[in-house]
Design a protein around this ligand. Structure first.
Ligand code: 6PG
Length: 227
């Protein structure tokens, strides 16, 4: 398992700023970005849109989605739309959202089709749950072993308790760069296990490493406290 290059900054705002700069850089360069859900990246998305309002060279994907309509407040796409897409002057060449409203089986099948033949992602952004989950791949769930598909349906291992659709580990790791953004003291234990522990299904984040490049983590001091 490759090493993770870790940057620790003072607080969540500074962490978001660093990640926003990286997102804006990728938007300028073009290629493909996989966005993450959860609440931590919102500020990074807003700042990235300010730093670079033209994303017309980049294709966007989502690492996971909750099975809700896109305008539901729990939708990962909905969050990215509000924080990023609606603020851009030049929208992305494509925004490949996961259709959570189709439900787990159909939404998963559709995204598998959409990803067929798609090559290595340039940048995969990941958050980390306090239980160590990434995307919607939860600790010790059988979904962690799925390697013959790009996308898998899952129960929720944590709030919000709605069905999930998630890229699989091999698909998330097929990247030139995997970038973790994690903030807050409730994540400190998970961060230590995911970034400095042995690879284990108990901590899915420990299994997420760029297969074709580098893995970076931007952490605030609270999240890095147990490293
Ligand atoms: C999701 C996410 C998930 C998220 C972590 C961290 O759909 O919930 O994609 O993997 O990144 O749960 O979320 P927070 O930033 O809200 O703690």
């Amino acid at each position: 398992m490759s090493e993770v290059d870790i940057t620790v900054v003072a607080d969540a705002d500074e962490a978001a700023r660093l990640v926003a700069e990286r997102l804006a850089e990728q938007a300028r360069a073009g290629g493909s970005i996989v966005l993450t859900g959860g609440s931590t990246p919102r500020h990074a998305y807003e700042t990235a849109a300010e730093l670079e309002p033209n994303w017309s060279k980049v294709a966007l994907w989502w690492g996971d989605e909750r099975c809700v309509p896109p305008d539901d407040e729990r939708s990962n796409y909905g969050m990215a739309k509000e924080a990023l897409l609606d603020r851009l002057k030049g929208g992305p060449v494509a925004a490949h959202r996961i259709q959570g409203e189709l439900g787990r089986a159909e939404g998963t099948a559709e995204y598998n089709l959409e990803l067929a033949g798609v090559s290595t992602f340039d940048l995969v952004l990941l958050g980390l749950g306090p239980d160590g989950h990434i995307a919607s791949l939860f600790p010790n769930f059988p979904t962690l072993d799925v390697a013959d598909r790009d996308v898998v349906g899952s129960d929720a291992g944590l709030e919000p308790f709605v069905d999930r659709i998630s890229m699989t580990l091999p698909r998330l790791c097929d990247a030139h760069e995997v970038l973790f953004l994690v903030a807050g003291e409730d994540k400190a234990g998970a961060v230590a296990r995911a970034l400095a522990g042995e690879p284990s299904c108990q901590t899915p984040g420990s299994l997420a490493r760029a297969a074709q490049g580098v893995t970076h983590a931007v952490l605030d001091r609270a999240a890095a406290a147990q490293l």
